[in-house]
Design a protein around this ligand. Sequence first.
Ligand code: NAP
Length: 283
Amino acid sequence: MAELLKGAPVAAALTEAYRARAEALRARGVAPALAFVRVGAREDDLAYERAARRRCEQIGIETRTLALPENAPREELLDALRTLGGDASVHGLLLFRPLPEGFDEAAACAAIPPEKDVDGVSPASMAALYADAPEGFAPCTAEACLALLRYYRVPLEGAHALVIGRSLVIGKPAALLLLRENATVTVAHSRTRELGALCRAADVVLVAAGRAGLIGAEHLRSGQTVVDVGIHALPDGALCGDVRFAEAEPLARAITPVPGGVGAVTAAVLCGHVLRAAERLSE
Ligand code: NAP
């Protein structure tokens, strides 16, 4: 039976460590604070906002939300981001994406000051990740995958990792973070041929394709570690991932459940970024 790589213990361990850092900041007169910026009210965004807010409360990070209607003028969003960017009492800015049609997402991401860009969406954060530079933040979901692998001591050095997906929020940053851990990384995408052969050659398979049940027994071999980032609501309301869990679990050495895997770690990673931003900004 595969080891179940549950997110809750990882999030709990991070929360414990972060509480002490939040306390140390408050002792220096700094109240760490995160601002959510939301346009409209997509259910996904609201659910993540609730989860992140709860995690912030447990750690001792203040939160506030700036919500704009879907029909707000584009300039209003940019003004709001600039205002929060210049507000010394805010240390982290999280912009919910995708933005509704008509908004310029690239301009909005670029309006977030890199030192407050706790979800790694600005060009400066991406450049820092690419260059292995210490400033900047990696996107939280990609980093949550690494936090989970680290917590469960999955060997990465010299391991062959296959990342399925090349989005800016998960696939590409996860590949760079795995490379930073000295894994040998292959990135697959929708035009990749022989996906099964690539999967079976890997020690770690990280799936972020956004396709329910894409990966099953025909792609896998025994002894692998499988990280499933995908999350999909089924018609009956149940959630599933990009991996067919019932087929993969008997083969895998270790596997993340969906729900309760990567998704459970993301908000904790976000909090870690807010604390790092507050520590840097207050130095
Ligand atoms: P995305 O922007 O749609 O990117 C999907 C990537 O997968 C693309 O690079 C695409 O290739 C590739 N892909 C699609 N079909 C494929 C196939 N048949 N074979 C190989 N590659 C394929 O999605 P995303 O934003 O990265 O999100 C991925 C998943 O993670 C979604 O299910 C999302 O809901 C989930 N998610 C989870 C969390 C969490 O905290 N757990 C957070 C955010 C998102 P091309 O580039 O060629 O199109």
